[in-house]
Design a protein around this ligand. Sequence first.
Ligand SMILES: C[S@@+](CC[C@H](N)C(=O)[O-])C[C@H]1O[C@@H](n2cnc3c(N)ncnc32)[C@H](O)[C@@H]1O
Length: 173
Amino acid sequence: MDAAGVDFPLVAAPAEAIPFPEASFDLVLSDYGATTFADPFRVTPEVARVLRPGGIFVFAHASPFRSIAETLARRGMTRRLVRDYFGLHRLRITDTIEFQLTYSQWFRVFEESGFVVERLVEPTAPKRPISSYLSMRDQEWARHWPIEAIWKLRRRVPSGSLGKTRDRSRRPK
Ligand SMILES: C[S@@+](CC[C@H](N)C(=O)[O-])C[C@H]1O[C@@H](n2cnc3c(N)ncnc32)[C@H](O)[C@@H]1O
């Protein structure tokens, strides 16, 4: 903040209960943050609540492909499916708990929270990737399957309120 010459409050808080009123933000970002480590059925509607209608929610996380092909002890990716796809939700991966859903469940929780999906990016690892945390084997894996997913969602503008900047009508379910 000093280097950029800006000053704004930094708030540490649970993403399941964000301490701001509804429609407070234009943009919400999460990079392997709460959208990985907190329940999407709680976080997604809470993000929708604090975004203004038309606001953007972008987040990056492990892809569902990765979640069903990653070995339990975080020994990396495998070409075998080691976990059920149906039933994905709360995953214990060694000492951490992570959350993942099937693609249809992600679409459903987005829709029910009031989001429209604008883009799903599935990055492919380049031929000579530089990664500070993935093994060469996992980087090779990521050239064949999507290791991560980046979603761009937009909070739906309620019909009849086009042009308005604030929606205080109701909290998304
Ligand atoms: C792997 S770090 C990523 C942090 C950052 N995006 C980065 O790239 O350095 C995961 C972050 O998620 C945050 N986090 C995990 N669960 C959360 C929750 N329920 N609410 C808010 N933040 C959470 C942690 O505090 C941590 O900062």
